[in-house]
Write a protein that binds this ligand. Sequence first.
Ligand SMILES: [Zn+2]
Length: 739
Amino acid sequence: MATLHRPTSLFPIRHITKTTRRLLAIVLLVLGGCCKSEPPPPPDLRVIGLEVTQAIQDTHNSVPLVTGKRTFVRVYVTREIIDHYNPPYLTAMLEGFRNGLSLGAPLSPANVGQRIYVYGEWDRRNLNDAFYFELPANWIQEGQITLKATIDPSHDFPENDYSNNIVNSGVLTFQPGKALRLHFVKYSYLRDGAQIAPSQFDIDEIVSQLRRMYPIPWLNYQQYVVLSNCGGGTNQISPPPCNSTYADAAHPLKIPSQEDVETLLLGLRQTYESNNPDALYFGLYALPVNVVDFQRGAAWWYDRVAVGWTHAGTVILDDRLENPGRIGTHEIGHLLGRAHVLCTGTEALPDATYPYPGGQIGGLYTQFMGFDSGDAGLDPSFTLRIIPPDWVDLMSYCDKAWISDYTYTKIYNYIQTAIGVTMLRPASHARSVLQNIAYDFVSAGEKGDYLSVYGTIDVSQQVASVSFLSRQTNVTKIPIRKPGAYHILLLNAQDKRLADYAFTPLDDSNGDTRVVIGQIVPFVPGTARVAIYSDVARREIASVRVSPKSPVVSALEFNMDARLPASARVLLNWSANDPDGDMLTYTLLYSFDDGQSWRVLATGITGSTFAVDTGQLEGTKRGYFRLIANDGVNTGFADSVPFSVAGKPPIARISNPANGNTYVYGQTVTLEGYGQDIEDGTLDDAHLSWSSNRDGSLGTGHLIYPSFLSVGVHTITLIASDFTEQTGTATVTITITQH
Ligand SMILES: [Zn+2]
């Protein structure tokens, strides 16, 4: 683990309370005797500290700064005489230097009106009790800078001593920071004919919180939909991956339990999905609004797979545990090596070295406080805010969570050293196909005769449920098998053991009694039965019969010509046969890159037709469908003829400024926005361009800082363009005033 450079301590800030002052005054009166009339001391403004924050910081600036991440400087000021009726209303300026050279024009405060009232007393929890500045792009590049803040630079307020109106930061180091790569799956399922799915807003909230909170300069993600089936309607499936005990009179059909989703997504990914094998994987699913599952999510560090749920059709913007962003940042924190932090007291396997009581991010005697840059794209009123120190760490189970310095630093170190978690290259599908560049992120896979065994074990009841069994000649990633108290047994028709694979189930650290079977083992021909044996119970706790013959799929066809439009419903049909007469279920895969990589579109399909929305397919010159038939264990598959799919435009999204914001001429306006594309993932800076209807082009990048927009009303437009020149736009309107 790399150690972090800790900048030298700056000015410690002492918060003198009103009570302390009164006590002090009384003591002075007693010491000095009564009734002497002294002239009041001349008023004196004084800078008492400068804090540089990206998400969490103390007044010593001990938390590392990450290159390229939005950075804010707070400058604290006081004066000795408190005048609540006529406080001075003052401005300040911030200068930056690299190697002794100026970084450019001094910055004005970003406070409304570029001024604050200086009361003498101040509270660090109030944004406008201090000056704050946002550092422009060339100030937050890798390396060292120093800052110099001057309050009341034009000496509007009469003082005897102006020398203490200036503070220097000491050396601040922006550390190199790697981007985080994520693979999101919107897990959707059919229940009684209706599709239950998380919303795009849910994913946007997770992405937004990761960008705001995590020690990363960049998040590069892709997202897909995986459709499953809980039965009902015209579809019937056995066994359904929907074992939750919940059911109501209106919907007697079951819904997936968390373990169902976990095991299915883990099994599908490790068996079939060869794209992005090392990216962190987060599966989000939805429950009907009247259903609550005890666990919000789960994560497996080794497998880099996590899941969480949200309520279908709801929007939660506040800081409750139910916020999808809260669930995502917590579970992805597990994937980045973080254990739980104690807050409710029920957090399983807590981190004993977490430094602050009650799981707080700061606590009483530390000076850590959070800073949230907000996201007006989620809600126009959601802008900058201070996160107080009594909020708790995101790895706890409490509401009102933010990232502590402890978790921030640990995640930073993990990301810098974890192999494969991060890559800055855009995972461009379009480039890989159109420009014939080898796709970077395809697992070579493992070829052989393999059996995927996924399911759950209730360790207290000693019962197992095997929900996904599949025999394949090629799998993506064989999970580590650590011998333990459970066994996958392959038995022949005479019940003789052909193979015995001892394993340790995966514990998702949630502290319940259910653990996950997630193994891929060599298959042995002649196997007539697969059993799970427990050394604890000293008996078999699950058994699945294996029929001798594999199913055969033929003639996978679709009802359009081989040029699929960007948005259409294409109907697939096929014929399949199982020589043993077993019931068949199907999994549908898609390849956009001429069969190099595959991903799952749907699983648990029954019948012989299935409709695909081409809007969910990456554009390609040469793609395929692959249908895998499963008779319970054995599989057979067929590929479609190759086809092309029209590419999709990216979606542009502006996080800042808020629509309707007003700025004073000369004030820096932070423009933050992103482009997301189904083919190219998260678009890089070169593919994001900004303009104003008054001032023309403003520049390119996800974060730019124009300073002198002309006075008037501006329509600000972000154009995101993908690698095939398709574009998406977003706009906000802001006003620049003269004063
Ligand atoms: Zn957890």
